[in-house]
Design a protein around this ligand. Sequence first.
Ligand code: IDP
Ligand code: MG
Length: 133
Amino acid sequence: MIQKTYVMIKPDAVARGLVGRIVGRVEAVGLTIDRMELGSVTLEQASANYAEHQGKPFYDGLVAYITSGPVVKMQISGEEAVPVMRKLMGATNPKDAAPGTIRGDFGLSLDANIIHGSDSPESAERELSIFFG
Ligand code: IDP
Ligand code: MG
């Protein structure tokens, strides 16, 4: 089934000059970039995107980090785009992410883990509206 997903290259990856290599991997698996924008994340967008994590010990740090510098926001579509993107990203903690995945190859730590991707078609719809209206 053709799906849409929200993908965001996080501030550490933009600062480290990894945007081109990450976008190249998305294109290489045949997904389509419908929309792509460099910009910052507002506090409102960060708290809406990470609402499920409110109250957890890492929440404040996560919001501070994602609003700390420019990110690349993308709408990506294609066959099974949500799980395909999650597989391409790798496990949340770069230490557990397999080599060949984006987090496995570029991630430095659990908080600076390079990339965000929606975890379901329902999350994708919610996140795309948070970031693209
Ligand atoms: P996901 O990004 O793979 O979907 P989530 O569990 O939804 O992972 O967590 C959202 C983000 O919060 C992660 O990408 C990571 O940057 C951060 N995070 C998750 N768990 C922890 C933690 O235990 N400590 C610090 N940061 C965390
Ligand atoms: Mg998540």
